[in-house]
Design a protein around this ligand. Structure first.
Ligand SMILES: Cc1cc2nc3c(=O)[nH]c(=O)nc-3n(C[C@H](O)[C@H](O)[C@H](O)COP(=O)(O)O)c2cc1C
Length: 291
């Protein structure tokens, strides 16, 4: 229900910004100022941040910790657990950028434990994003864009948080092209792009209604998720749409994710949504899971 509310708000915000941008263009308003802020432990998110900043000619700043996490995976998990038990967040170094100077703030992070990594929680405690256009972006093993965007909207209720971009770490090589398409969604909204086109052809059409899965669609789902150890899912219904300017088809599957092992501490069977991309002539890949 909360997710639905967030998506509705995002849609309203998007419509508002489209109408606002077209008025601005008519008046030849000065270019928007864009800041890309990101935290990255192992450089995946950094790569995305750099791509976005380069394409938007935006300012960019990495969020640094006073006491960085140990680079070992288990040590990071242990510190996160210990911090959570103590009720503390990691201390971040003061930002060099003054967020108040910007109209748009792109915020990038890895997904940790289903949402943005703790340094972003620290950032959201410190900055005021009220009235800013905020675009979340993230990298992850399987997903977390929707949940982290929703959590961000709860932390900064006066920010205008727009639909974001997320990419699996395993698909980072597809990122530059996806970012290019993603930013075209916002091109009409940013006078930086010097465009008068406010009805971007790059905004994908909405998914139609879900329908029961056919044998061919089941094969696409299985090909996309097979081999990924964190999923043991069976798709039930699906809808699809054309994306990437006609170069691919995106499927939104509804599936049941079953426990992988019969153990008491395994999560119970649950309904998930799985996005799968089939680019023309390529094998199906799942792009994210929404739990
Ligand atoms: C402590 C920790 C927790 C993680 N939790 C999740 C998770 O809940 N879901 C997920 O899809 N990926 C999870 N990951 C994987 C990271 O999101 C992924 O590797 C990401 O691309 C790392 O980004 P970075 O290179 O910018 O640090 C986790 C990684 C770490 C280190």
């Amino acid at each position: 229900m909360k997710l639905l509310k967030f998506l509705m708000l995002a849609a309203v915000a998007l419509m508002a910004v489209v109408s606002c941008a077209s008025k601005k263009e008519a008046k030849e308003a000065p270019a928007s100022k864009v800041l890309v802020l990101y935290y990255s432990q192992t450089s995946n998110t950094k790569t995305v941040a750099q791509e976005i900043a380069k394409r938007l000619n935006a300012d960019i700043e990495e969020i640094a910790l006073v006491e960085p996490y140990d680079t070992a995976f288990q040590a990071t998990i242990d510190r996160c657990k210990a911090d959570r038990e103590k009720g503390i967040l990691p201390e971040i170094k003061p930002l060099k950028s003054n967020v108040a100077d910007y109209d748009w703030v792109f915020i990038g992070y890895p997904i940790w434990f289903g949402t943005y990594a703790p340094p972003i929680a620290s950032l959201l405690e410190k900055v005021d994003l009220s009235e800013k256009w905020v675009v979340p972006f993230c990298t992850f093993g399987s997903g977390g864009l929707e949940s982290s965007s929703k959590d961000m909207a709860e932390k900064q209720p006066n920010a205008k948080i727009l639909p974001g971009y997320g990419v699996r770490a395993a698909r980072l090589s597809a990122m530059p092209k996806e970012v290019e398409h993603f930013l075209k969604l916002y091109a009409p909204l940013m006078d930086k792009f010097k465009t008068t086109n406010t009805s971007s052809p790059f905004v994908p059409a909405d998914f139609p209604e879900q329908h029961p899965i056919s044998a061919d669609e089941a094969a696409i789902f299985d090909a996309a998720v097979n081999g990924y150890p964190m999923l043991n899912a069976k798709a039930t219904t699906v809808a699809s749409r054309t994306v990437h300017d006609g170069e691919g088809t995106e499927y939104l599957f509804t599936a049941m994710d079953m426990p992988r092992e019969k153990k008491a501490d395994m999560p119970p069977a649950s309904e998930i949504k799985v996005y799968v991309l089939v680019e023309n002539g390529k094998a199906p890949e799942f792009t994210r899971v929404v739990r």
